[in-house]
Design a protein around this ligand. Sequence first.
Ligand SMILES: Cc1cc2nc3c(=O)[nH]c(=O)nc-3n(C[C@H](O)[C@H](O)[C@H](O)COP(=O)(O)OP(=O)(O)OC[C@H]3O[C@@H](n4cnc5c(N)ncnc54)[C@H](O)[C@@H]3O)c2cc1C
Length: 555
Amino acid sequence: MRAVGECRTGEFAHHYDYIIVGAGAAGCVLANRLSECGRFHVALIEAGGSDRHPLIHIPAGVAGLIGHRQLDWRYATVPQVGAANRRISLPRGRVLGGCTSTNGMVYFRGHPQDYDEWAAMGCTGWSYAEVLPYFIRSEDNIVFDGPSHGSGGPMRVSSYHRANELAQRFVDAGAAMGHAVIDDFNSSDPAGFGLRQATIRDGMRESAATAFLRPARGKPNLSIITGALVDRIILKDRKAIGARILRKGNAEHLAANREVIVSAGSYGSPAILQRSGIGDGGRLQALGVSVSHNLPAVGRNLQDHLVAPVQVTTRSSLPYVVDWGALPRLVKNAAEYALFRRGPLASNIFEATGFINTSETGQRPDVQLIFMPTHRGPSPLPRQRGYGIMVALLRPRSNGEVHIASADPEDPPLIDPAFLSDPGDFEPLLKGVEFARNLLGAPSFQALDSTELLPGSNVRDRAALEDFVREHCVTVHHPVGTCRMGPDSASVTDPSLQVRAVEGLRVVDASVMPSIIGGNTAAPVIMIAEKASDLILKKSPLPAAHLSSAPIQGE
Ligand SMILES: Cc1cc2nc3c(=O)[nH]c(=O)nc-3n(C[C@H](O)[C@H](O)[C@H](O)COP(=O)(O)OP(=O)(O)OC[C@H]3O[C@@H](n4cnc5c(N)ncnc54)[C@H](O)[C@@H]3O)c2cc1C
């Protein structure tokens, strides 16, 4: 890591060609690709520290990372009126790799039609056929090949060596209810049940940092600056010329000769733009921030995947549990992992999933069932024997916002996803919960001597179910949309991800998605950054894929 010099007022401590703000999913990809040719000096600035912590690298350590004091921003929503006035916790990785160093490692790209919808909204260049080559470029899939997959790319994608037996029972239950069994969720319509893939390399987490940053480290033209909180972008005559960072109690100014690229995630990126005076002018003035560009869309259009839990307790020994009875198995698992990097510790636990459509008319799945072969309670370690399903709303209509609370970069932003503010969100969620309850009662689970814990036998009618969802819903951590790209002048970024009416400034991360995709968001963000790197370097886009079947028609 290159040291950053001290800065006297108005002076730049260092000059770079590109400054990338945030070393998360997008930032690590950009650091690799922009430094690749060796011609440009790139600075990657990250508020968190190194990714050396062992819990990051052991896949089953994922539960211990959520809310971690050093590795997580530990945000929470403002009280959610639609969710019984609760403040719902919002973990976010604050470390090299960002959330990809703390996330569930599930590799899923969403539905092809999600991207065709972006193109139909006017985001030229972002249809599925046009983004597929960027998914492929980033990928090193050691299981699937064919026209939808890449091998030899930076990001290892693998299947589980030995999934929990309950995961297979979940897939069997879905099949018994007439749903398709899916081998590869990323090559066709994902509607159905199956075991999924994860970004795990030889039994260790593959984060954006291990895949993209590690190979680029040590290059003389890449400076990785950790422990540096970006306060704001330095603007001159509506042109981004650098960034103001806070490090070890000092403020430093870094210059960018070409561009500043903000990749601080769906909460961090709008907050940085707002502190830089780009946002809703009235709100910024009220906080004492001088307005550089009145762009009210900054921070709006926040969308996230809400989940409601269905859980059972069981006497079966199949679930993952940490208690005295499981001690011999835990010792065996630890030994297997230490010797061979295999077994349950080499898994992210969330091995099976199902995508269903609860509406009569829609063609894309609107609910995802995330199977958990373990009990999920307040403690990170499962102390009780149980298993369950998290029912995720894939296409929420509720739409919220993120705003800075003050001009102080140390102050957490006010995050209001407005969960369940649109009553239309209840229908698919409630149908999904009923579906999950039935599924857990299917023959493949019947011998397991289970009792429903959540929602619980007393929760039966619609009103009780609605109350249950309000009281128990949480998020699966996929916030997007707060620096929405679009063709219209009201959007934050244009389809080449440049901030409107500001020169030399782009946003590249989950916040640019115009609408949430129907699945996990890490692979899509990596795709966005791959494509953005070509846009920034003014390279011709990769040729669009020839899709063997016609794209799935709109709803
Ligand atoms: C607990 C959890 C589980 C998840 N599970 C999955 C999963 O299994 N599969 C999946 O596909 N997706 C998953 N996700 C979502 C996925 O990881 C994110 O969508 C993705 O990482 C977002 O990428 P990003 O580049 O937009 O932001 P991030 O990866 O969050 O990166 C932003 C980076 O910017 C830094 N930063 C922010 N503000 C500043 C500042 N002011 N100064 C300097 N640095 C700053 C942050 O510290 C962070 O490193 C999960 C997320 C979480 C939190």
